[in-house]
Design a protein around this ligand. Structure first.
Ligand code: ARG
Length: 426
């Protein structure tokens, strides 16, 4: 092939970390077993004449059969397919700081954004170990995930290159299906040719599940029932409320209904209970990193219970000044992480603050779950900056003197009263 005509599907390189097709020898492919990455597995071998090693990461996405995924990868010519169970690391290193930072972007409890930097970090480790020169992923050129993955690879492994075939191969879904048929790539749910309904674009892990595409792109289209594969629709949830208790120690949940559990299991069990009660559905418009607005349907039952519980306990043990300050940092934390800058030093600077505040966040929160809602109903903490006898209207005395209140009010309102008088000239 001559130097000035790139082979079919290769666009000229824009970034320095993008692979030069001539130099791709062995590729680490982030493989899900779905249509895009299966077509990609074959396509990379054909178009680049390269070897492919696959990596599939288990972050707690439900109903995945990793043996089947591995078998499919090998059948499609992968040298190997590494399956990594990263649930513990994901919970400890990514979800835990998100809990301490009450991480929400808009109303979206970050989960995909937490998973991608870990997936990309594991891709780097496995690429190095397997002697790969390039990492390939299945993200599109319009989304956030390409940013998160490539920013991670470029940060952690400047020697590795990246290819993102979906950005360049210019195959639509029909062409991909045709390519799959032509190359003997099994397609899930074997419909007769041409009748496959395009699936939703799904991403999930133990902290949540997102769906995009199809009717979700029509903003005036109300959610269709079949999108909810994790959370029971609230109208079908039990007509009886359930109260659960979450016990926290230094900012992290450690027990559910009195039973001590590791974080992964606690999240999984909380998700199960929340899902049963229809908790955690978010129909969300968000501002993507690359400028587009997009609508997502999220199902995040564990996050919809753990985050409000954590937040409530934190407010109870913090002072008014801490409570007013922390949300500003939380917003910054959530934006950095949403925007793929997990490895940015400001994120760990912010974590240091989150850690410090969370040293006090110990106690128990009761949540009432009922048909789509999760509401705090009880709180207790040895560190609560709360004294029932001081707060009570019934009593007087101690360090709170009601007699001091009028003096406080006079001084506290002084500037506001002066300004009011000036503006109203009396
Ligand atoms: N909008 C969410 C985010 O950026 C979810 C993205 C989900 N990715 C997907 N491949 N469907 O974090």
């Amino acid at each position: 092939m001559s130097d000035d005509t790139p082979p079919h599907g290769f666009s000229p390189r824009t970034a320095s970390y993008e692979a030069d097709p001539e130099q791709v020898g062995r590729v680490l492919l982030l493989y899900s077993g779905g249509l895009d990455t299966s077509v990609m597995l074959k396509w990379i071998q054909d178009e680049y004449g390269a070897e492919v090693v696959c990596l599939t990461v288990n972050l707690g996405q439900p109903d995945e059969d990793y043996e089947v995924i591995k078998g499919k990868a090998i059948q499609l010519g992968a040298l190997d397919c590494h399956i990594v169970d990263a649930r513990e690391e994901f919970a400890r290193e990514y979800v835990a700081p998100a809990i301490k930072a009450n991480a929400l972007y808009g109303n979206y409890p970050l989960f995909t954004a937490l998973g991608r930097p870990l997936i990309a970090k594991l891709a780097v480790e496995h690429a190095r170990r397997a002697g790969c020169d390039t990492i390939a992923h299945g993200c599109t050129g319009k989304g956030n995930d390409q940013v998160r993955i490539e920013a991670t690879v470029a940060t952690l492994a400047p020697e590795l290159k990246v290819i993102a075939p979906v950005r360049s191969w210019e195959m639509g879904r029909d062409e991909e299906i045709a390519y799959a048929r032509e190359h003997g790539i099994p397609i899930k749910g074997s419909h007769p040719p041409g009748t496959e309904a395009a699936p939703y674009s799904i991403d999930d892990n133990l902290w949540g599940r997102s769906s995009e595409g199809r009717w979700i792109e029509d903003l005036d289209h109300a959610p269709e029932d079949d999108v909810f594969q994790l959370v029971t629709r609230p109208e079908e949830a039990p007509d009886e409320a359930e109260i659960i208790e979450l016990q926290f120690e230094r900012g992290l949940p450690i027990a559910l209904n009195g039973e001590r559990l590791g974080l992964v299991e606690l999240i999984e069990r909380t998700a199960e209970i929340g899902a049963r009660h229809g908790v955690g559905i978010v129909d969300h418009i968000e501002d993507r990193i690359v400028g587009l607005k997009v609508r997502d349907i999220y199902e995040a039952p564990a996050a919809a219970i753990v985050l409000p519980a954590h937040q409530e306990l934190e407010r109870l043990v913090c002072t008014i000044h801490q409570n007013q300050f922390k949300p500003q940092l939380e917003r910054q934390w959530a934006y950095l992480v949403y925007a793929g800058l997990w490895w940015e030093p400001l994120r760990s600077d912010l974590d240091a603050y989150m850690e410090r505040v969370n040293e006090q966040v110990t106690g128990t929160i009761g949540m009432r779950l009922y048909r789509g809602s999760a509401r705090v109903v009880t709180r207790s903490s040895p560190n609560a900056v709360y004294d029932a006898s001081l707060a009570s209207f019934a009593q007087s005395g101690g360090p709170f003197s009601q007699a001091a209140s009028p003096g406080f009010i006079e001084l506290f309102s002084l500037q506001s009263r002066m300004a009011w008088r000036l503006r109203n000239r009396f």
